[in-house]
Each structure stands twice: as C-alpha cells, then as structure tokens.
Design a protein around this ligand. Structure first.
Ligand SMILES: Cc1cc2nc3c(=O)[nH]c(=O)nc-3n(C[C@H](O)[C@H](O)[C@H](O)COP(=O)(O)O)c2cc1C
Length: 278
C-alpha cells in the first residue's frame, strides 16, 4: 500500500487529461491510497526564483497561496503522477508552476520514489511528446526516481475525445501494476488474456473433498488448508500459468496445479515430472 498523488494539469474539468487520470486512479486505488490534485481546484503562483526556500524552515516557500495544501499531500506521497495536456509541446503552465514550486522540498524533504507520466495531445505526430519525455527523464535522473511507466494519447482534442480509447485501459492497467503483489503477467497471459482471468479471480477458487485428498496425497502435503496453500502458490510472481483446453495449468515450485477454467475448481495438483535421467 502506497500513497499516490496525481497532479492533473488541465483546467478543463472532465476533459481528456482528467479522464485519463481517473482511469489510472481507479486501477491504482486497488493497492494504494490515491489522491488527485487538479490545477482547476487550486490557485498556485509561479516560483519567483528568490531561493528563500533554500534557507526557510521546512524549505517552505514564502508565498501564501494554495500550494501550502499541495505540499502537505506531497510530503506523505510515495509516488507522483504527472498528468497533462500538451501545450506547445510542453506541459500546461499551471502544472509547471506547481512543479517549479517543488524545487527545494523535492530534494530535501519529500519521500517520493516513483513517477509516472500521463499525457494527451491533439496532434498525431510521432514526436508530439518528445520534449516532455526528455524533461521527465532528466527529472528522474536528477532525483534518482523510478519510472513507473507512461501512457501517451495522441489525437484527442475536444472535450471527452478520449472516451472509448484503448489508452484508458492502459492507464487503468498501469494503475493496477503499482504495488501489485500478484503474479506478473507472462507473455502468454498478455496475448491470450485468459490466464489473467485466473489471477483476477483468485477469490473464486475452490476445491472438492476428493480434490483435497488427491492434492494432499500427490504432494505429500502436511497442511489442512489445501485451498489456501494452492491460492498462495498460484499468486506467486514466478508462477507460470498456461491454458490448455478446459484447464489452466499453474507451474510453480516443481508442482503443477490444475484448475478448471469454467468453474474455478482446483481439480488436482502433482509434482512436476522431471525430464532426463535423474
Ligand atoms: C494553449 C494550448 C496549447 C496546445 N498545444 C498543443 C500542442 O502543442 N500539440 C497538440 O497536439 N495539442 C495541443 N493542444 C491541444 C490539447 O493538448 C488537447 O486539446 C488536449 O486533449 C486537451 O486536454 P484536456 O481535455 O485535458 O484539457 C493545445 C491546447 C491548448 C489549449
């Protein structure tokens, strides 16, 4: 569980940036506390470059405006998401004002470890996001931050043009990936999507009395909680899930667990047969 602050840089409430940020927030909210800060709700003056924050107590800016509230949220954030419309190949001025005001506290005070980037723009040019991406990379390098990922959406201009675009799902998925302890999606999972269903619905797994007896015998298990044991194994991030016919097969720790695709019944489990002579 981490704390994520999404900085939304469009004054247009319910616009494309907002909707992209919402999709991310929905996904990230599963494993994190997410707070959205929209420039439309705060009045933040630009940095005046006085450098008094270098020496002021708590590295606070002398300006008395809504930034005080945003500082409080960022002070306890583990991750920050920059969400912006492209304005003249850069981020919006309102969002840049907030970021500039982080000059000293970002270095001395905050505990932020990760950044992510969500961008929307009207053009479909391949180079549309290049300037922002470069700036983002330089910031990551300078502050030694981890890049959690980015979703970039071209060709959205009018209010809500982004609706129905696949990038909303990408943003949601990026959100769910933050602090997700479930197994990573294997190449095969990504291609077929079916194995992902098993990971999404671990709570639907069950087994039968006969299944318990069979699994305990085949694996020489000592536990009474065979279902819990199987769930834990399936959720391990190195478990490999494949589908063949009506079953999923989960290869993990030299065991193979068989799950019925339709009923989510754990049918059996056995030790993996070793290849070769030994
Ligand atoms: C001042 C301004 C500058 C813009 N500059 C660009 C630009 O350089 N490239 C581009 O593709 N779109 C540009 N746009 C279009 C916006 O990026 C696009 O409409 C975006 O979807 C707006 O997001 P929103 O709905 O969240 O406000 C600009 C829009 C405005 C208002």
């Amino acid at each position: 569980m981490g704390r994520i602050v999404i900085l939304v840089g469009s004054m247009r409430k319910g616009g494309n940036t907002d909707l992209l940020a919402q999709a991310f927030a929905e996904g990230a909210g599963k494993n994190n506390t997410v707070e959205t800060v929209s420039v439309a709700d705060y009045k933040v003056n630009p940095c005046v470059g006085c450098n008094s924050c270098f020496t002021r107590e708590g590295n606070c800016c002398f300006q008395k405006d809504d930034m005080a509230e945003i500082y409080k949220k960022l002070e306890i954030a583990d991750m920050v998401v920059i969400a912006s419309p492209v304005y003249f190949y850069g981020i919006s001025a309102e969002l840049k004002a907030i970021i500039d005001r982080l000059h000293t506290p970002m270095r001395n005070k905050f505990r932020v470890k990760k950044l992510a980037l969500l961008l929307v723009g009207a053009a479909t040019l391949p180079e549309l996001f290049d300037a922002i991406k470069l700036q983002y990379q330089l910031v990551l390098n300078f502050f030694h931050l981890e890049d959690a990922g980015m979703v970039l959406v071209r060709g959205v201009k009018g209010m809500g043009d982004i609706k129905g675009r696949k990038e909303l799902e990408e943003a949601y998925n990026l959100g769910t990936s933050i602090n997700d302890k479930r197994p990573r999606i294997t190449r095969q999972v990504k291609e077929t999507g079916s194995e992902l269903e098993l990971l999404k619905h671990l709570d639907r797994l069950h087994t039968t009395e006969l299944g318990v007896v069979r699994i305990k015998r085949n694996l020489s298990l000592d536990t009474e909680d065979v279902l819990g044991w199987c769930k834990e194994k399936i959720a391990l991030d190195y478990a490999i899930i494949t589908r063949s016919g009506k079953n999923w097969y989960v290869n993990v720790d030299n065991f193979v667990i068989t799950v019925n695709v339709h009923s989510y019944t754990i049918i059996t489990a056995h030790k993996e047969k070793r290849r070769g002579k030994d």
